[in-house]
Design a protein around this ligand. Structure first.
Ligand code: ZN
Length: 327
């Protein structure tokens, strides 16, 4: 049995090392998962190069993980060794008001994989047994790993109270914007995507800027305050703006016209992460083909290519990058 594995470790913000380190051991109620695919997202770029509110160092990043159960810790009995699983990235208390309301992503004790505990930029990861969702037989790893970003989109759409026939504007045609578009279309909404980049806009059939009728729901899926301001300005009466993408701390504060919100009964609601149940819904949507994801993967790379991969994310030269830690 091997005792060491390849992993990426961040010890100081702005740098990381790709090295051999001990394979972690699962404690009571935990499971060792052999990582098949870890999704790379813009949050990882922020976390590694600029830091993040929830990051505790030193850390192995990686919060979008699928793999195979390699070893059950004491008392972990739900999934036999060899089961293919998606890992819900949160560890929650189950007792606090947020948990009891079904929003464990807002748990006051929340520990996020890749932030507070080690994640999937490694050959193996230890996770709580209760965070595992077995995959459908027909769902491959590269599709299944989209359950995490799609879960965050499901949470945002839920909070937007979007209904069939409503008009939704999505700013940004990257992986998150594309998943939001496909989810909203599946729910019967009339979707417009606003994307300044010509190639991305063409790919999704979007618009360069918002014109025409205002939107019942606006979602900025790009961490750019100009998208937020445009979205706020295009809300219909009783429209809902979802604060979905995080902004750089230096550009997160903007004055709002509260009289406008007042007269038009508009709502601004935040959306951050996802709950376990969103993972189940996301896997159902992916496995059934209701939301297509496979065409979003632009690169599959080994951990050793992480720096180049982060550059591609920073410069928007890719769609979704998948890391294969076993490569
Ligand atoms: Zn809790």
């Amino acid at each position: 049995m091997r005792t060491s594995m390849k992993a990426v470790t961040v010890s100081t913000i702005g740098s990381f090392i790709c090295h051999e380190r001990d394979i972690p051991r699962p404690a009571a109620g935990e499971v060792l998962v052999r990582v098949a695919v870890t999704g790379l997202c813009r949050t990882d770029l922020k976390l590694i190069r600029s830091g993040h509110r929830d990051l505790v160092l030193p850390r192995i990043p990686g919060e979008e993980v699928v793999g195979v159960v390699a070893e059950n810790g004491p008392g972990a009995v739900r999934n036999s060794v060899g089961t293919r699983v998606y890992v819900y990235p949160g560890e929650w208390c189950g007792l606090c008001p947020a948990c009891r309301s079904g929003a464990e992503n807002l748990c006051r004790e929340m520990r996020i994989m890749g932030f507070h505990r080690d994640g999937g930029f490694a050959e193996y990861v230890v996770v709580p047994e209760k965070s595992l969702i077995p995959l459908h037989d027909r769902c491959n790893f590269h599709d299944a790993v989209f359950a995490e970003p799609l879960s965050c989109c499901i949470n945002a759409i839920e909070l937007s109270r979007l209904t069939a026939g409503e008009r939704i504007g999505i700013w940004g045609a990257g992986p998150a914007g594309t998943l939001l578009k496909r989810l909203a279309s599946h729910l019967g909404a009339d979707v417009v995507v606003i994307e300044p980049d010509g190639a991305r806009r063409e790919r999704i059939g979007g618009q360069e800027s918002a014109v025409g009728e205002p939107f019942d729901v606006c979602i900025p899926a790009v961490g750019d305050s100009s998208a937020y301001l445009a979205a706020l300005g295009h809300l219909a009466p009783r429209g809902r703006l979802v604060a979905f993408s995080g902004l750089p701390a230096t550009s997160a504060h903007h004055a709002a016209d509260y009289n406008h919100l007042h007269y038009y009964e508009q709502t601004v609601v935040g959306a951050y992460g996802c709950a376990l149940r969103h993972g189940k819904t996301a896997l159902d949507l992916i496995s059934s083909g209701a939301v297509i994801v496979s065409d979003l993967v632009s690169h599959t790379l080994p951990l050793s290519a992480l720096d180049a991969a982060l550059d591609m994310v920073a410069e928007r030269r890719c769609m979704k990058i998948h890391l294969n830690p076993q490569e």
